[in-house]
Design a binder for this molecule. Sequence first.
Ligand code: ZN
Length: 45
Amino acid sequence: MSKKWICPLCGHENPEDAEVCEVCGAYHDESAYDAIADEENNEDD
Ligand SMILES: [Zn+2]
């Protein structure tokens, strides 16, 4: 379900149909936010 999305760069509210920001042309790519790999190093003494 697509909804209006706010451009992370310029803050412009774009319609759900817009694949890119109408103002700055930034791509609406949610996958761009790659989850940072958690490196949990448990060192037991
Ligand atoms: Zn924008």
